[in-house]
Design a protein around this ligand. Sequence first.
Ligand code: 13P
Ligand code: SF4
Length: 310
Amino acid sequence: MATPTLQAEILKLKKQRNAVILAHNYQSKEIQELADFVGDSLGLAYKAKETPADVIAFCGVHFMAETAKIVNPGKIVVLPDLDAGCSLEQSCPGPQLEAFLKANASKNYYVIAYINCSAHVKALSDCICTSGNAVKIVEAAPQDRPILFVPDQNLGSWVMEQTGRKMDLWKGACYVHVEFTRDSIQAIKTKHGDAKVVAHPECTYAVRMLADEVCSTEKMVGFCRNDPAETFIIVTESGMLHRLEREVPGKRFIPGPTGHCACADCRYMKMNTLEKLHDALRDLSPQVNMDEDIRKRAEKPLLRMLELSR
Ligand code: 13P
Ligand code: SF4
């Protein structure tokens, strides 16, 4: 089926199902074009919580769709491809964190989990954060308890730099963002003298040091819109460029090259396609579900986050 026909069919099914289509900033241009809302993890969590729709078609990765289900247990949540995982989620398996916390029970850790983790890890945490509110969440943490920050060590160290609060960091990383190197960004910076560098906090320290702005994907839109520069080097997943080109017209966006390829695609994010979204809405499958005990325990720290970041 041609793309416009497929998009029209999806919109028809969406109406029949009383569904809402939520898409992350890293989704393909075709998916972003027909989504009801395109945003970062924080914006998507709010939208998922507030939607009156019966069905949430989540175009993102598994932990994002799972988050939508945690805050909306009565709704059907479909994810076009259930294998759309995340390397950060994989770097912190629930049973491993559970064993670590048991072995270190005397420390009485306050656990802050970056939203890029499983429902099991969320259930073991005191508060969740996203890259958009991590500084705020860490600043609101109790002063009399040590913080364990899971699973992204790069986001964690950036938050420590911003807040001055010391934390113990889980050694996880995003396989896409750690591919950007200081040399590759420096080379592109030299070529485009006037360009500003905007990087995601999942990047390494060496790359963040070259950036004019380090922020979540949503904040990138506001920064590029308001900053007087005309050209920006965008050091994050390639889908971000579609959002920026659509919402900040007249400016130029250059993708940050990774070590071995010119485009930084997250293979998990790109598993979702229009065809799979169409079939998911038609069949109401595959659905994201979880154990009710885990869901209830995971909901608490998520709601705490939503409350704290208002
Ligand atoms: P944002 O919340 O900034 O969109 O980040 C999500 C993510 O997966 C980054 O790799
Ligand atoms: Fe996970 Fe990285 Fe993909 Fe984001 S870009 S979903 S952190 S693997």
